[in-house]
Design a protein around this ligand. Sequence first.
Ligand SMILES: Nc1nc2c(ncn2[C@@H]2O[C@H](COP(=O)(O)OP(=O)(O)OP(=O)(O)O)[C@@H](O)[C@H]2O)c(=O)[nH]1
Ligand SMILES: [Mg+2]
Length: 418
Amino acid sequence: MKLQETAVLFAVLSSKPEKGEEPLKELEALCDTAGVLVKGHLLQVRRNPVGASYLGKGKVLELKELIEEREATLAICDAELSPVQGRNLERALGVRIVDRSELILAIFADHAQTKQARLQVELARRQYELPRLKRMWTHLHRERGGTGTMGGMGEKQIEVDRRLMKGQISTLKKRLKEIEKRRAREVRSRGKQFRVSLVGYTNAGKSSLMNRLTGAGVLAEDQLFATLDTRTRRWDLGEGREVLLSDTVGFIRKIPHHLVASFHATLSEALEADLLLVVADASDPDVELKLDSVHDVLESIGAGAKDQILVFNKMDLLKTRQHLPLLKGPHPRAIPVSAYNGEGLDELSKKVRSAADAFSKDLWIEIPYEEGQLLALLREKATVLEEKFENQGVRMKVRISPALMATIESRGVRRLPA
Ligand SMILES: Nc1nc2c(ncn2[C@@H]2O[C@H](COP(=O)(O)OP(=O)(O)OP(=O)(O)O)[C@@H](O)[C@H]2O)c(=O)[nH]1
Ligand SMILES: [Mg+2]
C-alpha cells in the first residue's frame, strides 16, 4: 500500500500577515494538487531569511518539534531554498525538505502529457538538481517509502553524477530545439488567421473557457497546473468571423526560474497571438496580486505590450453584483463572464470580433492580370476567400489588414462595391 505523504509547511515573512490573510494558502493548494496531506504550519516574521538555514535557530527547533508531534514525513518551504539551506535543514530536522520550486516541478512532472512538456519538465528538474546533487522528490520516491536525506555520497560519485547530468541537460536541450522548430513551422502554416491566446494565473478557468467557447474538450480541473501544453482550436465568433483560440500553461507567483526558461516555447505561444485574453478568477480575494504576477510574466517573456482584454471569470461565484464595481473600479474595461453558466460570453465574442475586424476586413478587389507581384503579395499576406477570373483581371474577395490594403491601394488597386 502506498503511504500518503504528510507535511508541515513553513515560511519566513518579511512582515506580519494582515488579519484574515492566509500566507500559506497557495502552498496548501499546491500540496493538495500533489497529493500531500498538510498537518501543520510554521511562520517566522523577520526581515531576511537566515543565509545558512533559512529559519532562525529557535524556529528550526520549533519546526522539529512540530514535525515530530504531527508525525510529518516532509517539511515544505514556501520559498526556493539555496542548496546549503536545504542540506542544513535536512540534517537538523531529519525529514526530507521540499521547497516551493521542487513541489511545483513535481506537479509539472506529474501532469506533463505531451512529449514537449515532458522534456521541458525533465530539463527544468535536471537544472534544479545539478547544484544540489540530490534526486528530487517525486511520487516514485514515495512508493519506495524513501524519505530522509541522501547523505554519504562519495566525492567521486558526485563528480560522475554531475558530468552525467550535464550530458543529459545538453541532450534535452537539443531534443527540445527540434520540437520547437517543428512547431514553429506548424504555426507558420496556420496562415494569416487572427490568433487569440488565453493567459492567466493557474486555476483561473482558462481551459474551462476554451471548452465553453470552442467545444474543445480539454482537461479542466480544480488543480493547479492542469494544463501544461498548448491547444489551439477554431473559435466561431458568428457573423462569418472565425479566429484561432489557444489555451496554454498557467502562471504562478514565484515561478521557479528553470521552469520559465524551459517552458519558454510553451509560454511564448502568447507572443504569437494577435490578442491576449487575460483571464482572472473574480471570486479570488487575491485577484489583484495574481494579476500583477501575470503581468510580470507577460513582461518577462516580451508579451507585455500585446493587445489585451481582461476577462473576469467565475462571476457565478460572486454572491452579489456588489463585488463588480470593486473589480471594475481599477479595471473599467474588464469583461465579467462565467465559463460555468455562460454569462458574458456574447459580450466577449463581440469584443474579440471587433478586434479581429480591426485586424482585417473582408473586401472585394480587382487585380489586373499583369500585376503578378501584387497577386503574389496578396496570396502570401492576406486570405483569399473567393476568386473570379474576369476579362481584365482577377476579382477577389480577400480578408485583409488595413495596412496591407493601404499598400495595394497606393499601387492603384481599388476596392469594389460589395
Ligand atoms: N464556479 C465556477 N468555476 C469555474 C469557472 N471556470 C472554471 N471553473 C473551475 O475552476 C477550476 C479550474 O479551471 P480550469 O479551466 O482547469 O483552469 P485553468 O486556468 O485552465 O487552470 P490550469 O490549467 O491549471 O492553469 C475547475 O475546477 C473549474 O471547474 C466558472 O466560471 N465558475
Ligand atoms: Mg488549464
